[in-house]
Design a binder for this molecule. Structure first.
Ligand SMILES: Cc1cc2nc3c(=O)[nH]c(=O)nc-3n(C[C@H](O)[C@H](O)[C@H](O)COP(=O)(O)OP(=O)(O)OC[C@H]3O[C@@H](n4cnc5c(N)ncnc54)[C@H](O)[C@@H]3O)c2cc1C
Length: 519
């Protein structure tokens, strides 16, 4: 009994010591500041994109006093220049691709599709307008959020100055701040780039005339999605990627399938090509790129720069205050910066750059900001899915083969070809595959890649399975509607099951049946 008591006292002392180190460190960053005795707000949120909106929503839902500051457009990137316009454009482009494939569906191919690029781009704007109310000032004000249209600047750990769009300024005191300032397109300083002029994912939505020859710099998801969409709309697209293949985060056969499709659709995909210089010769725009030690010249009419996105870290007081940053705002597992009452979420915090991860982080940032030190949660990144909306669509959750190898994680691979799936055949979309990585000898999923029609929807079953520890056996034992694409999930589980069939037991059962037949 005495020993137990002693161990308990030592344990508590160690815990108290480690806590006091954390508290001392935290106090040091506040040393030069005087904390206001009262605060007007529980949280001030900087940025009204996916991360900021969800933070404000959660704070208002739990009855906190919250101000959300947005300097440009509520909805941020996703609504205005990202997910929504890109998916709307992809839909119009897909319609055209289906028309071109008319004969595959038993139709006569129309002589030509009459459409105006400008009208397609106007439709994109209409879609944004239709979704806008979800992220609107009215909706959030109605929820109890104080929404301010203006630019926020952190002036102390507990104070935010807002320059409102009408030019007036106001200061708010707050217990916590959530930085949700997002990211912007990265534009590399390639000689000549300013002279030729360039488009980014921020500006491409203003186009009303289709460029005849579009050059896309970048083979990542944004570059790939817009490459295919613009090619389907009739531009001659050349996609230039420095790496040996496009969509480098995915396994090589995924890149190969997408590249094959792009090329079949008339896109020029140039991998292992490094952009060196832009030239303007007799009014013609030219990219000089280096490949295998030689220079190639690629003439074009417009260039889309899609080589990555950088976090917005400047101009709102982070450096002046001493909030530490690297490529993003530095945060701990609770999404706290080096000032424990200042949090960050979304693209500005990384490591992911998706709307759903921004929203996921926002929950942690809001709850931790409001309830620390009574209760706080570490952000859970164990099951993060994403999709790239090219055709064939690519979706992933957890590990793929290249990551498992890099991290030295042993895995068992189960593969199912969607080309053999009834519904995919009926839809003339019989292509792609599902690849499941699982723990060798165990029914535990490590990761799934799906390539094919509606891959982004099909992956949801595995996201649920991984999140809640459900294995392939349970997926196999679940009824899937016939004929659906979702049946592919069951079939891949069937392939896994077959590979784990109890061979010895089956030999005995065979003998049992023989005995029952009297043979
Ligand atoms: C072309 C494209 C397609 C995409 N497609 C998808 C997709 O299909 N699925 C997906 O999940 N993700 C997609 N994304 C990524 C997604 O858009 C981002 O991950 C998401 O918008 C990040 O949200 P956020 O809140 O962190 O940042 P943002 O949406 O960038 O919001 C930040 C906001 O902060 C504001 N702000 C900055 N500084 C201040 C300040 N000082 N004061 C006040 N306001 C400030 C900005 O004006 C901005 O509105 C796409 C992105 C692009 C570019």
């Amino acid at each position: 009994m005495q020993n137990i008591l002693l161990a308990l006292i030592v344990g508590l002392a160690a815990l108290a010591a480690s806590k006091s180190i954390v508290v001392a460190r935290a106090n040091r960053v506040y040393a030069n500041w005087i904390r206001p005795r009262r605060c007007e707000r529980n949280i001030v949120v900087i940025g009204g994109g996916s991360a900021g909106l969800v933070t404000a929503y959660i704070a208002a839902a739990v009855k906190a006093k919250v101000t959300l500051v947005e300097k440009h457009k509520l909805g941020g990137d996703c609504l205005n220049t990202g997910c929504v316009p890109s998916k709307a454009l992809i839909r119009s482009a897909k319609f055209l691709s289906h028309q071109r494939r008319a004969e595959e569906f038993g139709m006569r191919r129309p002589a030509g599709t009459d459409f105006s690029f400008a009208e397609v781009m106007e439709r994109v704007q209409r879609i944004i307008k239709a979704i806008e109310p979800h992220d609107s000032l009215e909706r959030y004000t109605g929820m109890g959020v104080d929404v301010v249209e203006g630019t926020a600047r952190i002036v102390s750990p507990w104070e935010v100055e807002i320059t409102q769009n009408d030019g007036s300024t106001r200061r708010l005191t707050t217990r916590s701040i959530v930085i949700a300032a997002g990211a912007r397109p990265f534009v590399p300083s390639i000689p000549g780039i300013d002279e030729v002029g360039y488009l980014t994912s921020d500006t491409i939505w203003n186009l009303r005339e289709l460029p005849r020859r579009l050059l896309v710099l970048g083979g990542g998801p944004i570059g790939a999605e817009l490459t295919q969409a613009f090619a389907r709309l009739g531009a001659q697209v050349t996609q230039v990627e420095m790496a040996p293949r496009i969509m480098m985060r995915e396994d090589p056969e995924v890149s190969a399938l997408v590249t094959q499709r792009f090329r079949a659709e008339g896109i020029t995909v140039l991998t292992s090509h490094q952009a060196k210089q832009f030239l303007l010769e007799d009014g013609e725009k030219i990219l000089v790129a280096e490949t295998a030690g030689r220079d190639v010249r690629i003439p074009f009419d417009a260039v889309l720069v899609a080589v990555g996105r950088v976090a917005n870290l400047d101009g709102y007081g982070l450096a002046e205050l001493g909030v530490t940053t690297s490529r993003t705002v530095d945060t701990n597992a609770f999404l706290q910066t080096n000032f424990p009452n200042i949090y960050a979420a979304g693209d500005v915090a990384g490591p992911f750059q998706f709307t759903h991860t921004a929203a996921h982080q926002a929950w942690y940032a809001a709850i931790n900001a409001l309830f620390d030190p009574f209760k706080k949660f570490k952000a859970d990144y164990s099951v993060i899915p994403w999709a790239t909306f090219v055709e064939p669509e690519v979706a992933r959750v957890g590990l793929n083969e290249q990551e498992a190898r890099e991290q030295g994680i042993a895995y068992e691979l189960t593969h199912f070809g969607i080309d053999d799936l009834d519904r995919a055949i009926a839809d003339s979309e019989a292509h792609g595959f599902i690849k499941v990585l699982s723990v060798p000898g165990k029914d535990r999923i490590l990761g799934v890649t799906i390539v094919g029609e509606h891959a982004g929807d099909l992956i949801a079953e595995y996201v649920l399975a991984m999140k809640h520890g459900i294995g392939l056996n349970k997926i196999l034992g679940t009824i899937h509607i016939y004929p659906t694409l979702a049946e592919a999930n069951k079939y891949v589980a069937g392939v896994w099951k077959k590979a784990h069939a109890p061979v010895n037991l089956l030999a005995w059962v065979e003998r049992f049946h023989a005995w029952r037949r009297g043979t």
